[in-house]
Write a protein that binds this ligand. Structure first.
Ligand SMILES: [Zn+2]
Length: 536
């Protein structure tokens, strides 16, 4: 009996065990199914659009930027800008995506109104197709200038809002050289910018903007309750505010730390853009979060630090007039001696065809004969010069003008008379490049403007910068390849659309007083302004 009972009990236990296992299995299946279903629901629920156009454009240059300069990408092609949104990436799976239009242009002149309206119009049309959205990832630079339009990024986001409504959370990602108007701040729910210059953290920064957006939507927390905005009356060139050196390094080291307290989502400092003339051109601090006190405190702390450091910002390398720079270069015992021809730096927004510096160089008696100190000048665009050079061929003599098609304010087209030493076709930017030797100066003439940043840019034209006494490049701070090659370096304060001597630009519309243009300034109001939320 006992044994029978125990047998039955054993059978019964086995049965219970099997039944339990079955139940657990079914339960597990249910859980995994339910889990998937939940994820599926999130996928369906979280709808995120991507948009934005990016350019840094100088209003002090007569050059204009057209639509093709933006190389606009559409739809899924846009993902190529964001490796953190690769097909198999964790973040890609967190939402359904609606990439619309993204355009990134090299720095240049003011954007034409037609180009702006066209790019914006296409973006709005694409956004209308898949309404509504939980979120919009707005990836912009923030220093776009458009003919006849103030605060283009503020206009852009406002017109996007008119289409997508105020329920959608917009997370705006920017360059620290961008400008943040109150209008842009109001329509952005989340907003951040790079924390490094040069911008080695560009992708990290964009990713932070996107992850914050996803987190706020998924957690149901939605828009941060507070946005503190502080305009800081400082306007400095990028060449003075590198975060590789002090005080930029210490200032920006404080930014991430301010996001640690609970109740703060993000903190950011914008240096702003000095080569446009609008009331929005100045530095800004913004902090977003749910704790009013902490958000306000963090913003005021960063703004006060920026103000306290203001007098310590210096150029990343010594600067001098062109004459002084040439004297130093000629006297230098080591070579190559590099001169940055900064005022017309096309990578910062200069037209790239200012002839002033080249004209000054060719006037110098030291360079009149072949035996003088060897000089490379990079570069000057001259499409008509190129055409003529192709007709004449390498080894032939040429005498015609180049440059100043766009920016002739400082010097007219320059007459170049010399021997053609190289003609190269096929460069992506320049299309065709010609080297003409005038006295001891090798002048690079291009069909279209091109920045000369790499050793191969020179060697492919038969030039050897390492064996040259003086190398003059239209650039600001030297890129690593040139920096490592240099035996001496000076940044020449030459005129042009991105003149680094801000006083010469003669701003008319920026808010005054502004450091360092106004020497005597009393302490500005650095109290946080709480910007209304986007639906208020
Ligand atoms: Zn920048």
């Amino acid at each position: 009996m006992n044994s029978q009972f125990s047998f039955k009990k054993e059978v019964h236990s086995k049965h219970v065990l099997i039944t339990n296992l079955k139940n657990i299995f079914v339960f597990a299946l249910f859980i995994s199914f339910f889990g998937c279903k939940t994820k599926e629901t999130i996928k369906e629920r979280t709808r995120i659009a991507i948009a934005g156009i990016a350019i840094e454009s100088s209003t002090f240059s007569p050059a204009l930027s057209h639509e093709e300069a933006f190389h606009a990408k559409y739809g899924d092609d846009i993902f190529s800008y964001y490796p953190f949104l690769d097909v198999d990436s964790l973040h890609r799976k967190r939402a359904t995506w609606f990439p619309t239009l993204q355009g990134h242009a090299l720095p240049g002149g003011t954007v034409t109104r037609e180009a702006y309206e066209s790019l914006l119009g296409q973006t709005l049309d694409m956004l209308r197709k898949d309404l509504p959205y939980d979120g919009l990832f707005l990836d912009i630079h923030g220093a776009m200038s458009v003919v006849g339009l103030d605060d283009p990024e503020g206009d852009f986001i406002k017109r996007v809002r008119e289409v997508i409504g105020t329920e959608t959370i917009i997370s705006t990602s920017m360059d620290l050289h961008g400008n943040v108007s109150q209008r842009l701040a109001q329509h952005s729910d989340l907003i951040t910018c790079y924390r490094m210059a040069p911008h080695e953290d560009a992708l990290d920064s964009k990713k932070r903007a996107l992850v914050n957006l996803l987190d706020r939507i998924e957690s149901g927390k939605g828009k941060p309750a507070y946005k503190a905005w502080i305009p800081v009356p400082i306007l400095l060139p990028g060449e003075m505010t590198s975060t590789r050196i002090e005080p930029g390094k210490s200032l920006y080291a404080k930014v991430a730390a301010e996001t640690i307290p609970d109740g703060v989502v993000d903190a950011a400092i914008w240096i702003g853009y000095a080569w446009a003339d609008e009331p929005r051109n100045h530095a800004v601090v913004m902090v977003t979060g749910d704790d009013k006190k902490k958000v306000t405190k963090a913003a005021e702390y960063l703004a006060q630090n920026f103000w306290d450091y203001r007098a310590d910002f210096e150029f990343v390398a010594p600067t001098a007039s062109l004459d002084e720079s040439l004297e130093m270069a000629i006297a230098s015992e080591e070579s190559p001696f590099m001169i940055s021809d900064m005022g017309d730096n096309p990578t910062a927004g200069g037209a790239g065809d200012v002839t002033w510096t080249l004209n000054e160089i060719l006037k110098r008696p030291e360079f009149k004969t072949e035996g003088g100190p060897s000089v490379i000048y990079a570069s000057i665009p001259g499409p008509a010069f190129i055409e003529k050079a192709i007709e004449i061929g390498v080894g032939g003599k040429i005498s015609t003008t180049a440059g100043a098609d766009i920016d002739a304010r400082f010097a007219p087209p320059i007459a170049l008379t010399g021997t053609i030493t190289a003609i190269e076709h096929g460069d992506k930017h320049a299309e065709t490049e010609v080297v003409v030797k005038i006295g001891s100066v090798s002048v690079i003439v291009t069909k279209k403007r091109k920045p000369y940043h790499k050793e191969i840019d020179f060697t492919r034209l038969g030039l050897n910068p390492r064996q040259t006494d003086i190398v003059v490049v239209k650039i600001g701070y030297l890129v690593p390849e040139l920096y490592n090659m240099r035996k001496g370096w000076i940044m020449a304060l030459t005129p042009g659309g991105v003149d680094q001597d801000l006083e010469r630009l003669n701003h008319q519309r920026i808010i005054r007083p502004m450091f360092p243009l106004d020497k005597e300034m009393s302490t500005p109001n650095l109290k946080a302004r709480l910007i209304p939320l986007s639906h208020e």
